[in-house]
Design a protein. Structure first.
Length: 392
């Protein structure tokens, strides 16, 4: 088959890129190794920056998000048994975040793809990329036992950290930067109505905890744990006991308890690949960078990447301009490294370190006190949390 842009990966990055390209008259084909059911039901991130919300609305994808998403104007930091609110909207001129699950975004994107007859293949295998340094790259894959070939002008690698796209770039071209953290998150979904209107980030001597939500009836909670934590040792009662301990506060607030429907352990890693392009291949989202979830930047960076890439491709086809494509990696990495730093800052401040000296943990507490008492420090946190505005 022949298309202008072959997109590898049907997560938020790949699906949104396909949609944005269609709006500008550019044809694409999307292939995905996972099933549609997996893509639509894998529960992951849920905090959308202001710029992500604006992008989805501008693209005609925000109807359900506006109806079902939860608009938040602040977050809370809980430490030394006291809750401290950061009013993000007041500190950023009215900007906010929306809690709306990544899988819900994917569902909306797949529905839009079907409505507009996008070419989309799930359950593919044997994906390989070829001739990336030429004007005619190709993508090979197998679907339903049949070998397929896509002839295209450009390839977008949106297939995540473990996908094949990044590996198609020669090792002597890539530079990678990585930090693996000495802790992980034990996350649960609980059928319980959220007991607070905003996210609560707790720093406790026993470890970090996060109160979040996915809907008016589902709560999302996390506990700091070991990367090799054995989930079999965490009964539901033990999970709730630990959560209630870490969320103890003088105001008497605690998460509402309910049946736990899902448990998982999420490792913590920071990772960046440079450059994010090679010949006619452009990486986007987790294929190029990973952030620890503390800063809520993963999916938002993917949206920023494909927003930039769609504009660069539109300039190429509409005006025969190559400069935006040539500068794609440099442009994206400016935002990536800012988000990496913010995610590192939040992670380092909120997680007590059990393998370091008491001096280090006292520094973390000092940072928390400063952020919650200084308007300048709070504004810096707020503007990074809601997301820096996109360039015009």
């Amino acid at each position: 088959m022949r298309t202008q842009v072959a997109i590898v990966g049907a997560g938020p990055a790949g699906l949104l890129l396909s949609h944005l390209l269609r709006l500008q008259g550019i044809h694409s084909v999307v292939i995905e190794t996972r099933s549609r059911d997996y893509c639509e039901n894998r529960v992951r991130a849920g905090v959308l920056e202001q710029g992500t919300v604006d992008t989805l609305n501008e693209a005609g994808l925000g109807e359900r998000m506006q109806r079902e998403g939860l608009l938040h104007h602040g977050i809370e930091l809980l430490f030394e048994r006291r809750r401290h609110r950061i009013d993000m909207s007041e500190l950023t001129g009215g900007r906010a975040i929306t809690v709306y699950g990544q899988h819900e975004v994917v569902r909306d994107l797949i529905a839009a793809a079907q409505q507009h007859d996008h070419t989309l293949f799930f359950d593919v295998a044997d994906v390989s990329l070829h001739d990336l340094k030429t004007d005619h790259p190709t993508v090979l894959f197998t679907h339903a036992g049949v070998e397929n070939r896509i002839d295209c002008d450009y390839v977008a690698g949106c297939d995540g950290f473990h996908g094949i796209s990044r590996g198609a770039i020669p090792a002597d071209v890539l530079r990678t930067y990585e930090r693996v953290y000495p802790y992980a998150w034990l996350g649960i979904l609980a059928d319980a109505p959220p007991s607070a209107d905003e996210l609560v980030y707790a720093h406790h001597e026993r470890g970090f905890a996060l109160f979040s939500m996915r809907s008016p009836s589902v709560t999302r909670l996390y506990l700091q744990c070991q990367p090799d934590e054995n989930l079999a040792e965490w009964s539901d009662d033990r999970v709730w006991d630990e959560l209630f301990t870490r969320f103890e506060n003088d105001q008497g607030w605690l998460p509402a308890r309910g049946p736990i429907t899902q448990k998982s352990v999420t490792p913590m890693r920071s990772f960046v690949t440079e450059p994010m392009q090679y010949g006619r291949l452009f990486l986007a989202g987790d294929a190029a960078h990973i952030v620890p979830p503390t800063g809520a930047k993963g999916m938002n960076l993917a949206v920023a990447d494909v927003r930039t890439l769609s504009k660069a491709l539109a300039a190429r086809y509409r005006d025969a301009r190559e400069d935006l494509l040539d500068g794609y990696s440099t442009h994206c990495l400016e935002r990536v490294w800012r988000a990496e730093h913010f995610s590192y800052f939040m992670t380092n401040m909120l997680h007590p370190s059990f393998d370091e000296t008491p001096f280090v943990n006292r520094l973390k507490m000092s940072e928390l006190k400063y952020v919650s008492s200084s308007q300048a420090a709070a504004r810096s946190l707020a503007e990074n949390y809601v997301g820096l505005p996109f360039a015009a």
